[in-house]
Design a protein around this ligand. Structure first.
Ligand code: PLP
Length: 435
């Protein structure tokens, strides 16, 4: 098969994320990847600014992760988790319990981030059912969030830029507060939490839990907010007896500068979702951790069982690679790497803030965001090819050009990425002014 055969077959038969088959997206074919580079079928290589959606924190084709996968595949790639267990799952659970707060004591190994959110929601709902309070089944969240694409997860995504309009009438009705307003700890003011307090005071009798992405709202808009907000949320949940769910699928494993974003706020959730970087980007795996209170509460009458059990639960291959990825992360000076990336993103991107087309430039940990005053969707017919021509892989969406590179990226490679962002801004400005 030649490259063009693959692209033609793909355009005729394959779905891509959020795509149409009648107007198939412009694609680039990747044949291999190594370090921070994606190697394209046309012979070019590009620096990956996306870490394959937050996941490839150690870069691609890492010898230790490769070896872990090879060692495990020669033992067993998979066995069912019903009635069986194995060292990769136990070892991973040990690591997750050690790394997170002592209060988080139980681990559910899910197969994708969205499923880990479904499991978190089921944990919360089943907890209240077992307490004889099945009327407590709604969730409160903030607008601007993203929690995944399955139905339960979609119900707590932003109701406007999420997919609610496509599925109205089918999605569970949840309670939405305005998004956090205080972008940083310095800006924090108690009034930021007041709308949440009012909604909880009004609806707590029917509410099971609050769910939120701590510190960083990712795919819903790449917005950062104050850690004080999380402290205030925890207090409110305690006051009204609500469970608190943190979705750290994007922020987990060091991305914000903290191993987990909740540690910046020094508050502990009752339920924690992890995914994306869990396997260092090697394969799909996620986890839902919960407290003793939630875990044993679900079985309050000695009868309740958590009603979830995917076929590929606890996949040994994924768990073994996840263990290796975690060990690799902890043995590295990841704080220093994230800190240097952060400082360079700050200094390289800050000058862009002066451009007319740029609404905001913001950096948190190893995440850099340039928000434009115009949406990029009208430019998506030429932009992906233009971006690859700059020697980088960046995937803008809505008004946002953003990167979250692998932690192993060096100064020169990161400069190529930030320079490309400047080129994108310039090219979009030119097109906008000529229309
Ligand atoms: C990506 C993401 C999800 C969904 O994870 P999938 O593995 O794509 O199902 C959920 N929550 C957050 C915060 C995410 O970034």
């Amino acid at each position: 098969m030649t490259q063009s055969d693959n692209l033609a077959f793909d355009a005729a038969h394959l779905w891509h994320p959020y795509s149409s088959v009648t107007q198939p997206p412009l694609l680039h074919e990747v044949v291999s990847a190594s370090g921070v580079y994606l190697n394209l079928a046309d012979g070019r290589r590009v620096i990956d600014g996306m870490s394959s959606w937050w996941s490839a924190i150690h870069g691609y084709n890492h010898p230790r992760l490769n070896q872990a996968a090879k060692d495990q595949i020669d033992k067993m790639a998979h066995v069912m988790f019903g009635g069986l267990t194995h060292d990769p799952a136990v070892s991973l659970a040990r690591r997750l319990i050690d790394l997170t707060d002592p209060a988080l004591d139980y681990v559910f190994l899910a197969d994708t981030g969205s499923v880990s959110v479904e499991v978190a929601i089921k944990m919360a709902l089943q907890y209240w059912i077992a307490q004889g309070k099945s009327q407590r089944h709604t969730l409160l969240t903030v607008r601007g969030g993203y929690h995944g694409d399955t139905f339960g997860a979609m119900s707590v995504c932003d109701p406007v830029n999420g997919m609610h309009s496509h599925f109205s009438g089918v999605l569970a009705k949840q309670i939405f507060a305005p998004p956090p307003q205080c972008g940083s700890d310095e800006d924090w003011h108690e009034r930021d939490i007041e709308p949440v307090r009012a909604l909880i005071a009004q609806h707590h009798d029917t509410m099971a839990a609050v769910i939120i992405e701590p510190l960083v709202q990712g795919a819903g808009g790449m917005r950062f907010y104050s850690a004080h907000y999380l402290k205030a949320l925890r207090q409110l949940c305690d006051e009204y007896g609500l469970l608190l769910i943190f979705d750290e699928i994007a922020t987990g494993f060091g991305r914000t500068g903290h191993l987990f974003a909740y540690q910046a706020a020094d508050v502990v959730p009752d339920i924690l979702c992890l995914g994306k970087a869990l396997t260092g980007g090697y394969m799909t795996l996620a986890a839902t951790l919960c407290s003793q209170q939630v875990a044993t509460g679900i079985s309050a009458d000695g009868q309740g069982v958590l009603m979830h059990g995917p076929t590929f639960m606890g996949n040994p291959l994924a768990c073994r690679v996840a263990c290796e990825s975690i060990d690799l992360l902890l043995a590295s000076d990841w704080q220093q790497s994230v800190q240097s990336i952060s400082a360079q993103l700050q200094s390289d991107l800050a000058p862009l803030a002066k451009q007319d087309l740029v609404k905001d430039v913001r950096v948190k940990g190893a995440i850099g965001v340039v928000e434009l005053t115009v949406p990029l969707d009208p430019h998506m017919d030429w932009l992906p090819a233009f971006i690859v021509d700059q020697g980088v892989w960046i995937r803008p969406f809505r008004h946002l050009i953003y990167i979250m590179p692998p932690y192993i990226i060096n100064t020169q490679q990161l400069r190529v990425l930030t320079h490309a962002i400047a080129q994108i801004v310039a090219a979009v400005s030119e097109k906008e002014s000529s229309t």
